[in-house]
Design a protein around this ligand. Structure first.
Ligand code: SF4
Length: 498
């Protein structure tokens, strides 16, 4: 345990995230109080005055590092940046370690680079700023500017103000993966109530289509869960509902996350093609059978290959594959093997995730057991995945980070030219409203912000209940909740104010 005390309520969340980034295995407690109260080996105190900040790090009561900086306490953003730089320098000196992303602990570092470019900075200036202001490593600074440029290009025709995207959640899976923290329920348990779920979902989609009829639908993403747990008939019903209720004249992308290969059949893929959808994701996570067993995915590497070849033969021109590095028991050689197998399949895009241990996941409950097997991620592994993707003609197009990620790295999406997923960028950059339907789905409403709001926008969220039974029985309440929100933000539906 590391005890951190702050004399005024100031940036506790940021302080916690930065200390935790240096000490990922330690519990960190940050409290607003004047004196230390815990018997911990390591203690850090932050003391703010109106024009200065002092930070001291103590080990067994003895001061090991300290420093101070000028601040203007009223300027929150600048004070936060200065505090983080000072705290970073102290932790860096104490541990002898540098973090690849420097003081950046948020999940969307490319948004900063994007903002800098939008403000008129050159690529070199933006990269320099990432290094000097946030202490990002040279590689990460260059990577974020490179991605920001590609994102700007991919989003060039997206109308942020009059356009929107749609997410549809199918929260069922064939089995539950060890690391899962999504809204996911076992198919076997819910099969009997699937039609009731579809009825509720279609009702919500009807409402959203009506409410946003004057806006332009730019992208649709059906995710989950595993959307291909739907039978061919139910999948057909869902796609017909979306394509029949929403105006698709402005649609630039329609993705169905097939996900688990054990849920993919020729009949289901044919239904997608009949609806002119050829953008899918087939996610192996690893191409090692042993690891697939450990992480609770009841399918084999051969099933991944079969599903991929089937989809290609049938005419799918955009197949994405998701991978995870840092899985229990996997080291450099295992990841190298996975990358070789992926190379042989030649997908159009690949997303490499760094394993994140989420609180709600089974993995977290039995963390010690899996840590014994080794959960390794390091710069060599990240470099290996980047190099293999480059050799496959895939270059980075979106990036995000999560809390508690193995090695404090990031998730990176790589794609061939013109194969970047627009929806993936939109969800990360938070520039456009994304309506969400289904159990556990969260609508993100983007509107012009007040001066000082990050990126010049305000983001508000409207969440649906996670529990499938509750979603079915309370669907009218979910819709009413959305309607109250939209009335407040866009005027009443009857006024045609959308
Ligand atoms: S496939 Fe995805 S949503 Fe389903 S259990 Fe695994 S991690 Fe969770």
């Amino acid at each position: 345990m590391i005890e951190v005390i702050v004399n005024r309520p100031s940036f506790e969340y940021d302080i916690h995230s930065l200390v935790k980034a240096f000490f990922p295995r330690e519990d960190v407690s940050v409290r607003v109080q004047e004196a230390f109260t815990e018997e911990t080996k390591l203690r850090i105190s932050l003391h703010f005055t109106d024009d200065k900040i002092y930070i001291a790090l103590l080990e067994q009561g003895e001061e090991k590092q300290s420093g101070s900086d000028e601040i203007c306490y009223g300027d929150r953003k600048e004070t936060k940046d200065r505090m983080k730089r000072l705290l970073y320098r102290i932790l860096q000196a104490y541990t002898g370690q540098s973090l690849p992303w420097g003081t950046l602990t948020g999940i969307r570092p490319t948004r900063l680079a994007m903002l800098m470019l939008e403000e008129g900075m050159s690529n070199v200036e933006a990269a320099q700023n990432m290094r000097e202001k946030y202490f990002a490593s040279k590689e990460k600074a260059v990577l974020s500017v490179m991605i920001a440029n590609r994102e700007r290009y991919v989003l060039r025709d997206i109308d942020y103000q009059h356009g929107y995207s749609l997410y549809v959640g199918i929260p069922f899976c064939p089995s539950t993966c060890l690391y899962c923290s999504f809204t996911s329920y076992p198919l076997s348990k819910w099969e009997k109530r699937m039609d009731e779920y579809m009825d509720a979902l279609c009702k919500e989609l009807d409402y959203l289509a009506r409410r946003f009829r004057k806006k332009k639908l730019n992208t649709v993403y059906i995710g989950g869960g595993t959307p291909t747990t739907l039978s061919p008939e139910r999948m057909d019903r869902l796609l017909a509902k979306i394509q029949g209720s929403f105006d698709t004249s402005y649609l630039q992308e329609f993705t169905v996350e097939a996900g688990r290969p054990d849920s993919i059949t020729r009949e289901k893929l044919q239904v997608l093609l009949d609806h002119h959808i050829d953008r899918i994701s087939i996610n192996p996570q690893t191409m090692n059978d042993e690891t697939l067993k450990v992480i609770g995915r009841h399918h084999t590497v051969q099933q991944v290959k079969d599903a991929f070849h089937l989809a290609r033969e049938m005419g799918f021109h955009h197949i994405n594959m998701d991978l995870i590095v840092g899985l229990p028991g996997e080291g450099y050689e295992d990841v190298a093997h996975t990358m070789e197998e992926i190379r042989a399949l030649d997908p159009d895009s690949v997303t490499v995730h760094s394993l994140a241990i989420k609180r709600a996941a089974r993995l977290n409950l039995f963390k010690e057991k899996y840590e014994e097997m080794g959960m390794e991620n390091n710069m060599q592994i990240m470099d290996l995945t980047a190099r293999c993707c480059a050799e496959m003609g895939l270059s980075p197009y979106y990036l995000y980070r999560q809390k508690n990620m193995a090695g404090n790295f990031e998730n990176v999406g790589y794609a061939k030219v013109d194969k970047a997923g627009i929806y993936n960028i939109l969800i990360m950059e938070e520039k456009q409203t994304i309506l969400a339907a289904g159990a556990g789905a969260m609508t993100k409403f983007v509107s012009p912000g007040r001066p000082g709001d990050f990126g010049g926008v305000k983001i508000e969220r409207v969440e649906n209940v996670k529990d499938v039974g509750q979603y079915i029985s309370r669907i009218d309440e979910m819709i009413e909740r959305k309607e109250r929100f939209f009335t407040e933000h866009m005027g009443p539906e009857s006024a045609d104010a959308v």
